[in-house]
Design a binder for this molecule. Structure first.
Ligand code: HEC
Ligand code: HEC
Ligand code: HEC
Ligand code: HEC
Ligand code: HEC
Ligand code: HEC
Ligand code: HEC
Ligand code: HEC
Ligand code: HEC
Ligand code: HEC
Length: 464
């Protein structure tokens, strides 16, 4: 025992020293720190590869210090009601014996890094039937589950480990017998323009909310007469809401400091929530670590050849100066993404609905663009007393497990049974929902229906 321990410590020291030297050299710009990694990072974190400090604050840090880093970034979503197995569940002494089987109070039990061979979707590094450790008696507790394999618990829209907000029994019962297509089918409208007056942190003094025309443009000299600039800016919602040239090009309000380039920190002056959300997802996460924009050529997802020289920033989707958000919602995405799901979108019924909305032949909010699903309009708290419907710029937030999309997106237009079946079908994902899901009711809905019927029978037999 001592022998293997000893070699373990020697290996540790060697690795850690290498790490320390790696970091030191990195400061001198001479060595690539990823040479010292025991293996590549998971898909979720690969953009952090050159930044070991993100998880290893100090080369000699143990698991507890690393865990602290996980929680700093992910803690917000790992609590109730978003998480059905939060750490707090296992602080309960009655659950202590479960932890002896699998230590679910530590993230790294299930999400190791540098281990490609055992890393599954979502950076998960346990065998798929791991629910059995704690739910071995489920067949006795719920006879309906007796014949089910533990490897199937978290498949196909039945359960997730963390987020079960669209698939718990009461929710399923509430949504039984809904039509595939609801009668009213609309996503919510955006609210920024409407609440500008009430936003305390908005720079009203410099840029009062009022409609501007070409004549009001406050750029120095010749620029104000450039016809192309004039057309696109004057027609934009910026001009309509009083955002003049100087708001972006000389944000400290002196024309002598005019700059042709506009960093995202300028947008942040008025759109800080968008910038904050952007940094939590795979488009903007590099900014959160103080790194420059994500270069497309380093992407692991399939990208178009023509985009390889670009990076991701606000202007990847938003063109200066028209800021046309319909362009941003599909046309921009397909300039970069080239996977099968993306390419199939154009042929889907959703794309037809989107085309109708763009042509004004269907009402606003009735079309389904890439952004409708990936950047949904949801309520965010602006401060302690007010919230607004806002475009979520973290396009990873509702992606995985994909049932997170049910509440934020699909249920505005479809019934729950239809939604769960469509999201559970990998073929539907590949063809971007161009075909109908199977007619049979989703197994989770069937189970909920039986639960509900049993409850009604009991109530009828013994009225309260
Ligand atoms: C996203 C977080 C993350 C990043 C970024 C990261 N690591 Fe790790 N690393 C981990 C985790 C988690 C472990 C496993 C620790 C454990 O099980 O105690 C680990 C383990 C290691 C180990 C093995 C030593 C040990 O503690 O078992 C080395 C060496 C290592 N990392 C080097 C690196 C280097 C070098 C970089 C940067 C190029 C890097 N790591 C970047 C999360 C990360
Ligand atoms: C600096 C912030 C940061 C730290 C530290 C960090 N993460 Fe992440 N993590 C992210 C971001 C950003 C993503 C990508 C967006 C997403 O998938 O939510 C991500 C993705 C993930 C994913 C999803 C992986 C996938 O392939 O979809 C898991 C699981 C995860 N992190 C767990 C951890 C664990 C465990 C640790 C600690 C070892 C950790 N993270 C440390 C920011 C961080
Ligand atoms: C007992 C195993 C287990 C533990 C412990 C665990 N996870 Fe997970 N995690 C999973 C599984 C399984 C998934 C795949 C999606 C699902 O089933 O919810 C996942 C998915 C994720 C994701 C991507 C999807 C999402 O819901 O955001 C993140 C991020 C994540 N885990 C972070 C963490 C962090 C941070 C911790 C520690 C506080 C942690 N996990 C602890 C099993 C675990
Ligand atoms: C480390 C132990 C542990 C593991 C592993 C585990 N669970 Fe749980 N689970 C619990 C505990 C404890 C409860 C709370 C039991 C209670 O309140 O009756 C629970 C509750 C649940 C619930 C009840 C409803 C809810 O959302 O609160 C479901 C469903 C569930 N787990 C599914 C799963 C699935 C699926 C897996 C595998 C992907 C899994 N669990 C893995 C310990 C675990
Ligand atoms: C909402 C912010 C915003 C407003 C308002 C704005 N611009 Fe710009 N402008 C930009 C961005 C972003 C760029 C691209 C710069 C870059 O690549 O960093 C740009 C680029 C420019 C350039 C450089 C050449 C070019 O076309 O790329 C000029 C000149 C310019 N703007 C003039 C103007 C004038 C004149 C106005 C007012 C009529 C104006 N801008 C209003 C954000 C803005
Ligand atoms: C001085 C404040 C201010 C600055 C600086 C600013 N904006 Fe805006 N932005 C606004 C206002 C006000 C609106 C109008 C809201 C509306 O009509 O929806 C707006 C609207 C937008 C829209 C929605 C356009 C539409 O028609 O749907 C986008 C996209 C946008 N801004 C991006 C940016 C970017 C990117 C930057 C940085 C280059 C930036 N803004 C800088 C105040 C600002
Ligand atoms: C300038 C190029 C570019 C544009 C434009 C772009 N993306 Fe991306 N996208 C990326 C890159 C790079 C990644 C990260 C890939 C990686 O890490 O492997 C990504 C990742 C994603 C992911 C995966 C997130 C995850 O957590 O797994 C989704 C979904 C996505 N983009 C959707 C969109 C949508 C929708 C649009 C349009 C509204 C869009 N993208 C526009 C480059 C782009
Ligand atoms: C991946 C593409 C993409 C990127 C990158 C992107 N946006 Fe957007 N943004 C959109 C789309 C699409 C919409 C409109 C969606 C809608 O109407 O539902 C939008 C809307 C907005 C709005 C209007 C929001 C509202 O709720 O009224 C603002 C402001 C904005 N973006 C600012 C930014 C800023 C600042 C950045 C850089 C941090 C940025 N965007 C980066 C795609 C993007
Ligand atoms: C009706 C909703 C919907 C529409 C419309 C949609 N997607 Fe998706 N997309 C999804 C879902 C659901 C997933 C998650 C698949 C999974 O992992 O289960 C996904 C996954 C992705 C991914 C991640 C792929 C990966 O392998 O991780 C990218 C990138 C993406 N979509 C881009 C786009 C683009 C670009 C468009 C528009 C051309 C688009 N999507 C349109 C629902 C949609
Ligand atoms: C704004 C409303 C809206 C949203 C949001 C929406 N859909 Fe749809 N969807 C529709 C409409 C309307 C149709 C039927 C279009 C037609 O038949 O021309 C449709 C068609 C479909 C189809 C194909 C049905 C067929 O007959 O071929 C599938 C599958 C689907 N949607 C799944 C989803 C999923 C999954 C989500 C969420 C990720 C979603 N939809 C979000 C409105 C929406």
């Amino acid at each position: 025992m001592w022998k293997s321990n000893q070699s373990y410590w020697l290996a540790w020291l060697f690795l850690s020293l290498s790490l320390a030297v790696g970091l030191y050299d990195q400061l001198n710009g001479s060595t690539d720190p990823s040479l010292f990694m025991p293996g590549p990072l998971s898909d979720g974190h690969h953009q952090f590869t050159d930044q070991c400090e993100i998880c290893h604050a100090h080369p000699f840090d143990g698991s507890e210090a690393i865990e602290q880093r996980c929680v700093e970034c992910h803690g917000e979503t790992r609590v109730k009601p978003h998480d059905s197995h939060p750490k707090s569940k296992f602080d309960d002494p009655r659950n202590a014996d479960l932890l002896a089987k699998i230590d679910a109070s530590s993230c790294m039990t299930c999400h190791q890094e540098h281990k490609t061979a055992i890393t599954l979707k979502d950076g998960f590094t346990q065998p798929v039937d791991f629910c059995a450790h704690c739910h071995a008696n489920i067949g006795e507790e719920r006879p309906s589950h007796a014949d089910m394999a533990f490897s199937s618990c978290k498949d196909a829209g039945c359960h997730n480990f963390h987020n079960n907000r669209a698939i718990y029994t009461d929710f399923l019962i509430k949504h039984l017998d809904e039509k595939d297509l609801l009668d009213k089918r609309r996503v919510k409208a955006r609210e920024f323009a409407g609440i500008l007056e009430e936003l305390m942190e908005y720079p009203h003094d410099d840029y009062p909310v009022e409609a501007l025309t070409s004549d009001d443009a406050d750029a120095p000299g010749q620029m104000n007469t450039d016809p192309h600039l004039q057309r696109s800016w004057a027609a934009s919602s910026h001009a309509k809401s009083g955002v003049n040239c100087s708001a972006c090009h000389s944000p400290d309000n002196s024309n002598s400091d005019w700059s042709d380039t506009v960093p995202y920190t300028v947008c942040q002056n008025c759109h800080h929530l968008e910038v904050e959300r952007f940094q939590g997802g795979r488009h903007g996460m590099r900014w959160s670590a103080g790194l420059p924009d994500m270069p497309i050529r380093e992407a692991r997802l399939p990208m178009r050849q023509t985009a390889l020289h670009q990076t991701v920033n606000c202007h990847s989707c938003h063109n200066a100066h028209d800021y046309d958000s319909q362009y941003a919602a599909v046309d921009a995405c397909v300039q970069c993404h080239a996977d099968q799901h993306t390419q199939a979108y154009e042929q889907s019924p959703h794309a037809r609905l989107w085309a109708a909305e763009r042509e004004n032949s269907a009402p606003p909010g009735s079309g389904v663009s890439c952004a409708t699903c990936h950047m949904p309009r949801i309520a965010f708290d602006m401060n302690d007393w007010a919230s607004r419907i806002m475009v979520d710029h973290n396009q990873s937030a509702n992606l995985s497990p994909n049932t997170k999309m049910a509440r934020t997106v699909c249920l505005h237009c479809h019934g729950l049974d239809f939604t769960l079946k469509a999201l559970a079908d990998s073929q539907q994902i590949l063809n971007n929902f161009a075909t109908r899901p199977k007619p049979e009711e989703h197994p989770s809905m069937q189970l909920a229906r039986r639960d509900h019927e049993r409850y009604l029978r009991e109530i009828n037999a013994n009225p309260p």
